[in-house]
Design a protein around this ligand. Structure first.
Ligand code: HEM
Length: 410
């Protein structure tokens, strides 16, 4: 369960701490009162058992960009430079999220071409096709759960297309991927360890099979690219699988919740929903404002490699620091009237919803494109959409999103 170190909270040895208890229980239902209380102690607060919590926008960004902080508490055990190999018994995170330099840069570079602007633009037709297919089906239903019918299937179908997962694999990919994606939150409530282990192995077998196929018959997709890099010895077998897995799942729970959290905020405010209906080009602003106001990823963790002095405090090496990027979006010194969802804010994309620095979200351009397409397509297909019952939040920690959002096509 320590596979997705970057986004995982459970591995930090802070359980039982007053701060993490709050985060585990009521904290994430509505984290804002909690953020406000922490902020009273300054942009960098220390909880009772020595866990640092950063709520200030500037300080969050600074720590994420500062090379004195890493995502690991201990260095890898390794014999030489070069691709990392799996060590018997070691439960290591070999995905980009769990790597520090120099391995991080080497593995990240391999996936980067898939997210270049020109490549991104070529994905738009596929994203639009998937989005409108889902919307048309939902429109026929009349009343439906927006999470189940739209938010959840969209990112999974999109990433399967981009990776080049053939249709006959798409069912198992969806199922295993959804199980593994739950673990990205690291919260015990989301985790079924035996189920997760089995799904991870099944997913890796599927990827191994597909990569062999793509090595023989390359296509114009991300897996073919990874297969070629592997053949050229730039990436080890463990790293290949970790990279495939992170690309598959990093966009699941996150983009699902971008769509869900954004639709909830819009439908809660008929005036803003009407504004989007009148001007669908506001879809980009809806995406950015959702990312600031109710981001799918609320926090991440960093560990100083050495003793550092920050905001007048001394922080010992390897002390866990919770970078509360969700709180950063509500920092009143950066965003005016921060607790108001307002899609007509002057355009500024300096929220930290995608992180910052070396681990800045690789999939950000894809998530933004999906958001832009989706928030423009909903008013086009379902202009009279209204809420139809209570929305239900999911009990998660670092991630924030809905389990259900009942709506009526109107
Ligand atoms: C990293 C958020 C969608 C792939 C991150 C990080 C955040 C984030 C905050 C940095 C974590 C840290 O520094 O510890 C989001 C949000 C998304 C989203 C809010 C949707 C709204 C996606 C998508 C993909 C993706 C669609 C890929 C298909 C990745 C990868 C990393 C990452 C590979 C690791 C980068 C690295 O460690 O160098 N994401 N993400 N994300 N994201 Fe996303």
């Amino acid at each position: 369960a320590r596979m997705y170190t970057g986004l995982s909270w459970a591995h930090a040895k802070v359980r039982g701490d007053e701060f993490s208890r709050l985060m585990l229980t009521t904290g994430m239902r509505d984290p804002c009162p909690h953020y406000r209380r922490l902020r009273e102690a300054g942009p960098l607060a220390l909880s009772s058992s020595g866990v640092w919590a950063i709520t200030g926008h500037r300080l969050c960004g600074q720590v994420l960009r500062d090379s004195r902080f890493g995502v690991r508490t201990v260095p890898y055990q390794r014999d030489a430079q070069g691709p990392l190999e799996y060590q018997q018994g070691a439960e290591e995170d070999f995905s980009v999220l769990g790597l520090d330099p120099p391995d991080h840069g080497r593995v990240r570079k391999l996936a980067a071409p898939a997210f270049r602007p020109k490549t991104m633009a070529s994905y738009r037709p596929a994203i639009e096709r998937v989005t409108y297919e889902l919307l048309d089906r939902a429109a026929d239903l009349g009343s439906f759960d927006l999470m189940a019918e739209l938010a959840a299937p969209l990112p999974i179908r999109v990433i399967a297309e981009l990776l080049g997962v053939p249709d006959e694999y798409s069912g198992p990919f969806r199922d295993y991927g959804a199980i593994v994606a739950k673990s990205i939150d690291g919260s015990p409530s989301a985790m079924n360890v035996p189920e997760l282990g089995a799904a991870t192995r099944a997913l890796e077998e599927l990827f191994a099979e597909l990569l062999t196929r793509r090595a023989r018959e390359p296509g114009n997709d991300i897996l073919s690219q990874i297969a070629a890099d592997h053949a050229a010895d730039r990436i080890s077998p463990r790293e290949v699988l970790a990279l495939c897995r992170i690309l598959l799942i990093a966009g699941f729970e996150t983009t699902v919740n971008l769509v869900g959290n954004g639709m909830l905020a819009l439908l809660n405010d008929p005036e803003q929903w009407a504004a989007l209906n009148a001007r669908p080009e506001l879809a980009t602003a809806v995406t950015e404002e959702t990312l600031r106001y109710d981001p799918p990823v609320q926090a991440t963790i960093r560990y100083p490699r050495e003793t550092v002095h920050l905001a007048g405090r001394r922080i010992g090496a390897a002390e866990p620091m919770y970078v509360l990027t969700g709180a950063a979006g509500r920092d009143a010194t950066v965003f005016a009237d921060p607790d108001r969802f307002d899609i007509r804010r002057p355009a500024r994309a300096d929220h930290l919803a995608f992180g910052a620095g070396p681990h800045y979200c690789l999939g950000a351009p894809l998530a933004r494109l999906e958001g832009e397409v989706f928030f423009a397509a909903v008013p086009a297909r379902l202009p009279r959409l209204v809420r139809d019952g209570p929305a239900v939040r999911r009990p998660m920690m670092a991630l924030r999103g809905l389990a259900r959002l009942p709506v009526r096509a109107g």
